[in-house]
Write a protein that binds this ligand. Structure first.
Ligand code: ADP
Ligand code: ADP
Length: 208
């Protein structure tokens, strides 16, 4: 089995694209951000520990994240590989991942910082089905949420102050991974600053 990594800054469109290419790859999306938010909601010690980092726009310690991924990859639905979204975010995480599973493609979705702040501050999702929308760029369809009954959810960390910290964290600790994967010959850079459907087409091309 081999897996795919969706890589890029916060708000690049990783979750949005994962939703769309899921049908193409048949692989489940594994988002460490979603896993941490679920842990926090469930009140686990991992969730409570993670909260202080998430609120500050900093990375949760590598050992916490790696333990989550080691458990997740053992689940039956991961047997034919997964699409990682927001993981790995540091070189130690990528090294740990390389020991657990083979990665065939790293899709780097590139979006300039100025665009990121607008994307993050307008983001909302449906609490029931998880679909991601945007106030301006990807509004809720007039006939309602495609996933069923709509319930709006906005993330506590999707504010301008925290997104600027998250961007700094990205540039300092995560972006060096692009070169790391480039040296391994599996990095595919995609211009993410275009219409959602055009980005999807390029990702599917890169995977084929
Ligand atoms: P976004 O999709 O906007 O990039 P995520 O949902 O992926 O945000 O992540 C939210 C927060 O969860 C991050 O700011 C960070 O604190 C934490 N987090 C998520 N994934 C990781 C990871 N792989 N390593 C460390 N921290 C993580
Ligand atoms: P990530 O998972 O990388 O943090 P999301 O997929 O949640 O990013 O997208 C962040 C926000 O930007 C969402 O509100 C989403 O609707 C919007 N968005 C995603 N892709 C695009 C795009 N190509 N153009 C404009 N807005 C986009």
């Amino acid at each position: 089995m081999s897996s795919i990594v969706l890589f890029g800054p916060p708000g690049a469109g990783k979750g949005t694209q994962a939703e769309r290419i899921m049908q193409h790859t048949g692989m489940p999306q594994v988002s460490t951000g979603d896993m941490l938010r679920a842990a926090l909601k469930a009140g686990t010690s991992v969730g409570l520990e993670a909260k202080k980092y998430m609120d500050a726009g900093q990375l949760v310690p590598d050992e916490v994240i790696i333990a989550l991924i080691e458990d997740r990859i053992e689940q039956p639905d991961a047997a034919n590989g997964v699409m990682f979204d927001g993981f790995p975010r540091t070189i130690p995480q990528a090294e740990a991942l390389a020991k657990i599973t083979e990665v065939s493609h790293v899709i780097s979705i590139e979006v300039p910082d100025e665009e990121i702040v607008d994307r993050i501050t307008g983001r909302f999702s449906c609490a029931n089905c998880g679909m991601v929308f945007h106030d301006k760029f990807n509004p809720l369809p007039v006939d309602g949420c495609p996933g069923g009954e709509f319930e709006e959810k906005r993330r506590a960390d999707d504010n301008e102050h925290t997104v600027r910290s998250r961007l700094n964290t990205y540039h300092e600790q995560t972006s060096p991974l692009a070169q790391w994967y480039g040296e391994r010959g599996i990095l595919h850079s995609i211009d993410g600053n275009r219409a959602i459907d055009l980005v999807t087409v390029d990702i599917i091309d890169a995977l084929n």
